[in-house]
Design a protein around this ligand. Sequence first.
Ligand code: NAD
Length: 380
Amino acid sequence: MRIGAPAEIFEGEKRVALTPESAKRLQKLGYECLVQSGAGEAASFKDEAYAEAGVTVVETAADLWSQADVIVKVRAPSDEEIAAAPEGKTLISFIWPAQNEEMLAALNAKRMTVLAMDMVPRISRAQKMDALSSMANIGGYRAVVEAANNFGRFFTGQVTAAGKVPPAKILVVGAGVAGLAAIGAAQAMGAVVRAFDVRPEVAEQIESMGAEFLFLDFEDSQDGAGTGGYAAPSSPEFREKQLELFRAQAPEVDIVITTALIPGRPAPKLWTEDMVLAMKNGSVIVDLAAERGGNCDLTVPDDKIVTENGVTIIGYTDLPSRMATQSSNLYGTNIAHMMSDLTPEKDGKPVVNMDDDVIRGSTVCHQGEITFPPPPPKVK
Ligand code: NAD
């Protein structure tokens, strides 16, 4: 069968779901690969590089959708893309089914088999295809790069002939995949890093990276820890204590990177206006939760603002797309791993085995039925 990637049409999206490297993996599984001309251009993958990897380059999106059996994408398809799609295709893409009920119905009406990369269960066996983690990792790293680019000083401390430079102090709020990547990048650049999370079990991870974990003096330190390794909303008392801790940090830190999220809820507001006003002129906040409303009161999603007291607040929601080559490489590999699980015989024929927890969890439409939400996974 044939697997193909159309050009992404979402404004500003630079990633692509198939790279010359991932195409080679797919070919080993018995698939022929196709790409729409120019689809990889913004991620630095030229048509010639695809052709060299044995990928057929087709001219238009219509050619791609009609010739490929399995369509791979980064962004969920638009209404126009779905309307133009031929019936019965298999689609692998970010979908966000809980927020996109109508889109799911439209895809199902086209009798598509749809696997959502954002629905891959977060169990050990599925880590190789966990695109949420791949993208969060890049987002965390890029947040530090954006912070450095908007900060007027070194991150690392230096003793120079012209004088002594203190290291930058960075606070990372939320130490999930993105937060840990930010801690790693900021440490590597020589900053003094401290971090906080409501899940106390991450303290060890933070400290093993050489950063400081900010402990909260609260009788129930498990207060914000939810189930399945995720956070839950914390009690008003816990929240007050947490804000107190941050209020003390605000005048001291140069850079704040916020990544705090609670599944299925808007981002908790943790960096309040008075904290922004207490920060030093020239400080930078990068709010990775901007897309879900932001952790900082003053974040403007998709934008960068500078407050009257000289604090830059960055609310970009496209951090992985700003590193499109890296993101496409990892995303393409995540998809190739998923195709590998879908192709047990390596014969170029996908088998949607609904008894497999990972495939079942990811499949949101199949054989004319909407199969979202899935039952809870049996295996951890
Ligand atoms: P996430 O993006 O949902 O949240 C980011 C972080 O914000 C989390 O660490 C969370 O605890 C924290 N947070 C929430 N509210 C907060 C608050 N008020 N103050 C401070 N921090 C707050 O998290 P994620 O990166 O998706 O990871 C969540 C969990 O899933 C982790 O336990 C991670 O190890 C696990 N995980 C497992 C797999 C796997 O096994 N395949 C893959 C990825 C992540």
